[in-house]
Design a binder for this molecule. Structure first.
Ligand SMILES: [Zn+2]
Length: 299
């Protein structure tokens, strides 16, 4: 993956190169909350009970998954071809097991009934998504922040409708094949599907950059019934998990942190973390430092 630094990243980094009062450039070494520059998101769709084994696999390696569920289908059999009611893809997760299965993972939206959103009216889009948010909030008792588009069905307009909900981010199925942070969190392109993740593994493990980066993988746990695919995800987790140079996080926590970085008020002489923002972290002479809401850093 040798390619020029994307323009969005260049703009972001340039924004962090500040001039202090002596006209000297001050570079802030921004890091994720655990002090790292690298992060991993594993994002899985549909909520079939194959998620149970995958969540357990992630648990073994300290990896955090973001699991996108269709709340209207929980506790039912997965009949995907209505003309063949006897052919089931398996069973959707049971509502009363969610908190146990996803104890260490993020619960997220995939639409109440897995509808393709392109072609629906704005009201229908909001019904499909807001009911899912409500159901999952009640079932989990958690704040629900993330979504993945069912069938990958989205466009600029659908994304703007989703922006009006309480969600902070929505994932597409379009691979970026890079490790950049997204420009539009409502059309968030992952790095790649999990069937291709091994091809990018070495590039990410060996990446040694002072810039924030993200390896964002998506897939379906039911695809991992295939023996080879299962072996591959085991290998992937075994190699990328339990490392001290990667922040393992859900999509919601990641989007929140990046939003906090972007909300900093920066001038030539000082940088302020506004009230109500999240804590942000940076490194100074190998020490992890933080700037809390309301705090100011003189440059
Ligand atoms: Zn799906």
């Amino acid at each position: 993956m040798t390619k020029a630094l994307p323009i969005t990243l260049v703009i972001f980094i340039s924004g962090l190169l500040l001039m202090n009062c002596y006209g000297k450039k001050v570079e802030i070494d921004w890091v994720y909350p655990d002090g790292n520059h690298k992060a991993l998101i594993m994002s899985y769709d549909d909520g079939l009970d194959d998620d149970i084994a995958l969540a357990q696999l992630f648990d073994r390696y300290g990896i955090i998954g973001t699991f996108h569920l269709n709340s209207g289908l929980l506790d039912t059999r997965a009949i995907w071809d209505q003309s063949k009611p006897n052919e089931s893809m398996g069973t959707y997760l049971s509502k009363d097991t969610l908190l146990d299965v996803f104890k260490n993972h993020e619960i997220a939206v995939h639409g109440t009934y897995h509808k393709a959103l392109v072609g629906l009216s704005d009201e229908e889009i909001l019904e499909e998504i807001n009911v899912d948010i409500e159901n999952l909030t009640i079932l989990s008792g958690r704040k629900i922040s993330s979504m993945a588009y069912a069938f990958g069905s989205t466009n600029d307009h659908v994304a703007e409708v989703i922006r009006t909900t309480t969600l902070s981010n929505a994932r597409t199925v379009k691979s970026s094949y890079n490790f950049d942070l997204p420009e539009n969190y409502y059309l968030w392109n992952p790095t790649c599907h999990d069937s291709e993740a091994l091809e990018y593994l070495e590039a990410y493990l060996s990446l040694d950059s002072p810039n924030l980066s993200l390896f964002y993988v998506w897939g379906h746990s039911w695809e991992l019934r295939d023996t080879l695919r299962n072996q591959n995800i085991l290998k992937f987790c075994n190699e990328i998990g339990d490392r001290d140079d990667i922040w393992y996080t859900g999509a919601g926590a990641f989007a929140d942190y990046h939003a906090s970085l972007k909300a900093l008020e920066i001038s030539t002489k000082q940088m302020t973390n506004p009230e109500g923002n999240g804590v942000v972290y940076y490194r100074e002479k190998d020490q992890l430092k933080s700037l809390h809401p309301g705090q100011r850093l003189i440059l």
